[in-house]
Unconditional design. Sequence first.
Length: 322
Amino acid sequence: MVEIVNVNKSFGDLKVLQGINIHINDHEIYGIIGQSGAGKSTLLRCINGLESYDSGDIIVDGVKVNIHDKNQLRQLQKNMGMIFQNFNLLSRLNVYDNVALPMKFWGMKTNTPEAREKILGLLRLVGLEDKKDARPRELSGGQMQRVAIARALVLDPKILLCDEATSALDPGITKEILALLQKINDEMGITIIVVTHQMEVVKQICQRVSYIKGGRVLAEGKPEDLFVRPNKDIKGFLQENSDLLPKEGVNIQMFFTDESSDEPVITGMARNLGIDFSICWGKLEDFRSNVFGSLVINVKHEDQQKVCDYLDQAKVVWEVLE
Ligand SMILES: Nc1ncnc2c1ncn2[C@@H]1O[C@H](COP(=O)(O)OP(=O)(O)OP(=O)(O)O)[C@@H](O)[C@H]1O
Ligand SMILES: [Mg+2]
């Protein structure tokens, strides 16, 4: 659905995007994560033609994004809904008219029976049918984002671009908005691109994710593969450190990213090897509908070989931490 091939962009001397290659499939929920200033919003704005890029290709649904071809760009932008952190609703318009706004821009009538059915149907989808006459200031942040989502869908786009769409919302409301995005993806088959600095967002809904830093993609894959066993760059991003691990003995980290996470490995190992060890660090987290994570245990030097052999035969991925 979206092909980004070797894309570069600078603002003056500042290289904001450097050799970006990303392929996003039809119906996928794809995440782009990275620190502030990494270039995430710029990349999103290049995808929907709000910003130009210097070299490379961005192809959306088979059409190259070219901001100089105004007619073609208009068509492309019709195919891409977008939502933002600050919702961007017009305060003088009620909910219904905010959702109808893109239709107005396209010169469509917004009070015909078909238009009403469309708009009210979307308000039903986002759970705000009873708020159609409310003004934005009468809504909570979560409700405002729901209106923005309905508005982004009113022209039947194939792609929904989300730029920090949940960053201003509390964790509970964030979960609800993400569940709504998941429903839109499931029921309407819309491809969703999620730009965020929030790990939770990526873990809850993204099938794949790119980590970008300094305008480069430093890692790409399933969220569980990137975050359960992070490489050096992503460790820095997650701010995971092991300063608190014991200095005595051997620290062994185990990773659970597949069915092995259902096996009682730890208790089984203690019983089978007849040894004691302590659990000194761990995390278990939800990734879409699974729980994955990692544990660090501290074992005596003389037990190290036994433990490593046991983990191998139990098909657990492990490493000794230096
Ligand atoms: N119009 C512009 N002119 C000059 N520099 C810009 C412009 N837009 C963005 N930049 C710079 O490009 C870099 C990337 O910005 P961008 O907004 O894409 O980052 P981001 O990853 O979205 O960050 P955040 O998480 O804070 O939203 C930053 O250093 C920013 O200052
Ligand atoms: Mg941004």
